[in-house]
Design a protein around this ligand. Sequence first.
Ligand code: NAD
Length: 457
Amino acid sequence: MSRLAVHDPATGERIADLPADDEASVQASYQAARAAQPAWAARPLAERKACIARFQEAVVRETEALAVTMTRETGKPIRISRNELKGLLPRIDFFLGMVEPVTAAEQVFDEAGMREVIQHEPLGVVANISAWNYPWFVGCNVILPALLTGNAVLYKPSEYAPMTGLEITRLLHASGVPPDVMACLVGAGPVGAALLAQPVDGVFFTGSHATGQRIAQAVGTRFVRLQLELGGKDPSYVCDDVDVRATAESLADGAMYNTGQSCCAVERIYVHEKVHDAFVEAFVATVKGFRRGDPMSEDTYIGAITRAPQLEVLEAQVADAVAKGAHLLTGGGRGAGPGHWFEATVLSHVDHRMELMREESFGPVIGIQKVADDEEAVRLMNDTRYGLTAGVYTRDEQRAKRLLSQVHAGSVYWNCCDRVSPRLPWSGVGDSGVGLTLSSYGIQAFTRPKAWHLRSA
Ligand code: NAD
């Protein structure tokens, strides 16, 4: 049997050697899921909800141990791991509260013995191929509504967070979800590819644009539901009327939280020339206060870089920007090993010739560009192939709404950033993906509306 070694990115130490899946075991899991799904879908919704409610209780009970596992395999600071698990609870409440109204049968016509009804059926067996950066959030955004609506789930967590994937699965099984209905497939890209080779009814992917393209090619000719939640190059614009210090603190957190390894991290900042210098000074002072170090330590804010290859991407972006005229204001290089570290890095005098302002950094690196006016800010915010989130900071709500209505992004923020709500759809435009999770739409995504034409004889 093949194995998957798991390393702590903060130390380089091998922390687990897991049995991994292969083509044969993936196919066996698919066949078991296919056989088990109809009975799961036939269970009363109240029973499926009870399983997920028990899962929520188990997450609360085991939070500390689950946070430690997540921190050890991803290098995420322990406080951020705890926040992720705490943040999962209202998402579960939302799914539990909304699944019934969202999926209830709708009678849309009733006249002269003829009735028309829409019924929401599960898709069947769905594949969830997932990322490591918020493994509980991105995993559960798919797994929980899929199970609640009567699907079986074949879940391939990231090879950088497989222990968390196994924990999610263990707790679901302990909460009453049958093992054949919810399977965790352990391994890297080839195991994901083997999963896509099975005739699943839906593919729900969270990860990079490059892998998203490969997945779209693999399933493109099969007419199954395909959702791709991909990366971004999310901009924020600071207008000339803000509280500079509070805005700098908010955006520094938005750029560096989770060591910048968030899909909706602030990745580009544009600042009105009237407040630019004061903003940059306050921003750099805030970032210099972020403590980098042992992710298990309570006061660590910047943790390890989870994937070693990303260090080269970050180094290359900084070097390219500096070569083209950027000013390096703090950080700029790797931290000392063992493990994978990068300093919290701020550059000013950047522009769109630089990779730093065009391609996802996915690390604690940010460029700040001065702009002359709102029009220039909007033009630059839209000068990207991505479109996940975008923000505007101003005291003037009308100004924010006018600017944000012109920005191409799935989510827009006024005076906030790096925020996800279970009540709102999470989606991207352009190369940030297709489809969505969360909100009522993110529950419906796991169902197929069936049209019933019913004539009483
Ligand atoms: P990745 O694309 O490297 O990997 C994602 C998953 O795809 C992993 O489970 C991996 O094993 C699998 N995979 C790789 N090759 C495959 C193949 N050929 N066939 C099937 N599966 C394959 O991404 P990552 O490094 O895990 O995640 C980081 C990326 O995810 C960033 O770009 C980030 O912005 C994005 N992300 C987006 C969201 C969102 O909601 N839009 C959320 C979190 C992360």
